[in-house]
Design a protein around this ligand. Structure first.
Ligand SMILES: *Cc1c(COP(=O)(O)O)cnc(C)c1O
Length: 232
């Protein structure tokens, strides 16, 4: 049995324990396996162990991987979670099922225009910047409502919810705070009439805190595939 199979089992156990602590059904939380920097063979090993949703950050790398795993395409859900430049939207609109990192209207408009008619609408999350000055990615919370409404009106996109990447924190209470801010924003948008079903938050180091605050997708890389080597 590969280390990936064991790691996936351990991550599912963490999710189940956290769901129990939050008095939530484990079925209400989806595991997104973040495979950036890892080869297609590792994705295939995770697939064999039952994993179906995979997250990628870099356009060129992900296209090569999707191509190498073309035989599994109908069974895999590909999620783009990295920063997206407007000159790179077309392949993402053509090859992915979800984009979590939409943070401005221009990107959303291009994704909608470039989404092939033969494919269902692209699922998107609005990335929210809950770390203020510390991060350049993500829409400011006070601008999220307007942008969410504009995105919800685009024909080939389906706005699913919010995504965030908070500053890492070691202390569990400190980890929960930014996730709570995102959940409160989600509830505000709901109250304004937007139908959303996704809170994409929580990574290897803070998935428990995210689940306590209502995460419906946790994005896990290191705890499944191991430490990333960016020098390759
Ligand atoms: C790399 C990455 C992850 C996974 O992080 P880990 O700490 O390795 O679990 C999750 N979300 C995003 C947006 C990422 O870029």
């Amino acid at each position: 049995m590969s280390h990936i199979t064991d790691n996936l089992r351990a991550v599912h156990a963490r999710i189940e324990r956290a769901a129990g602590a939050a008095q939530r059904s484990p079925d209400s939380i989806r595991l997104l396996a973040v495979s950036k920097t890892f080869p297609a063979e590792d994705v295939r090993a995770a697939f064999t162990a039952g994993q179906r949703a995979f997250g990628e950050n870099y356009v060129q790398e992900s296209l090569a991987k999707i191509e190498a795993l073309a035989d599994l395409r109908a069974q895999i859900e590909w999620h783009f979670i990295g920063p997206l430049q407007s000159n790179k939207t077309r392949p993402v609109a053509e090859h992915f099922d979800w984009v979590h990192s939409v943070d401005r209207l221009k990107i959303a408009q291009r994704l909608s225009e470039q989404r092939p008619d033969a494919l269902p609408p692209l699922n998107v999350c609005l990335q929210v910047n809950v770390s203020g000055e510390a991060s350049k990615s993500g829409v400011a919370p006070e601008d999220a409502s307007m942008l969410a409404r504009e995105i919800a009106a685009l024909p080939k996109l389906r706005l699913r919810g919010l995504m965030s990447i908070p500053e890492p924190a070691a202390d569990p209470a400190a980890q929960r705070e930014p996730h709570r801010t995102v959940r409160q924003l989600y509830e505000t948008l709901h109250a304004q009439g937007l139908t959303l079903d996704t809170l994409s938050m929580g990574m290897s180091g803070d998935l428990e805190a995210a689940i306590l605050e209502g995460a419906t997708i946790v994005r896990i890389g290191t705890a499944i595939f191991g430490k990333r080597d960016y020098t390759r």
